[in-house]
Ligand binder design. Structure first.
Ligand SMILES: N[C@@H](CCC(=O)N[C@@H](CS)C(=O)NCC(=O)O)C(=O)O
Length: 222
């Protein structure tokens, strides 16, 4: 039995990506609940973000770094292939997603999942501000998967494992649901890959199951 421990909440798209990695490689792991900026998370991530990982004495943060470590240390299908060009294309899409698209999409989603208004209703002003970027990135993703149904070449890769968990949330909110309805290829991409065993094994519970953050932790959201 592996002593690999992933710490985070299962609703987080980045936590889900790392869990999908474990499932794809058939690496046993345990998921320990941990919210952003909780002591166990902040002990590993300097910014208190999830996921973080422990493997014996070794600890690590950042989903891509964790995925690379798991890929190198454990057997199973290689996520980051030897082929320089394919590997670089995977890195390229992870970088575009993680530095620009996913943060912008999450800013929009959080307006619904974690409204910060006094009455607990989604903040219309923040949503309207987030919409142009959201629509742009849904279009970018739609074009990227249109030809092969994958981000890189014609095989499922870490680039898809990284993107799909956040795409799966688009259907849950009104404007992103509409945008996805208008992005035929992206919708088909989601539907097809959502049937993978690694995807069904990691379906997150609803955000409503996350208790409101404690006062000490109320400085951001998963
Ligand atoms: N670059 C990080 C991003 C992790 C991240 O943003 N996680 C979110 C949850 S999906 C988080 O911890 N949010 C709380 C915060 O940003 O303070 C990674 O790839 O692991």
């Amino acid at each position: 039995m592996s002593d690999l421990e992933i710490i985070g909440v299962p609703q987080s798209n980045f936590v889900r990506t790392v869990r999908i990695v474990c499932e794809e490689k058939a690496v046993p792991y345990r998921l320990t609940p941990g919210r952003p900026r909780s002591p166990e998370v902040s002990a590993i991530h300097p910014l208190g973000k999830i996921p973080v990982m422990r493997h014996g004495e070794f600890s690590l943060c950042e989903s891509k770094a964790i995925a690379t470590y798991i890929d190198r240390v454990f057997p199973g299908p290689r996520l980051f292939p030897e082929d320089a060009r394919r590997c670089a294309k995977i890195e390229q899409w992870v970088s575009i997603a993680n530095t620009v698209m996913i943060p912008a999409i999450n800013t929009y989603l959080q307006c619904y999942f974690f409204p910060r208004t006094a009455d607990g209703q989604p903040d219309r002003t923040l949503i309207d501000k987030a919409l142009p970027e959201l629509r742009t990135y849904v279009g970018v993703c739609n074009r990227a998967v249109a030809q092969t149904g994958h981000l890189v070449g014609s095989e499922f890769s870490y680039a898809d494992m990284n993107l799909l968990p956040v795409v799966a949330y688009l259907r849950e909110c009104p404007e992103s649901g509409e945008a996805l309805n208008g992005a035929k290829e992206l919708g088909q991409y989601l539907d097809r890959h959502a049937e993978r065993a690694s995807f069904t094994a990691t379906i997150p519970p609803p955000f409503s199951e996350l208790r409101r953050p404690t006062a000490a932790a109320r400085h951001g959201n998963p």
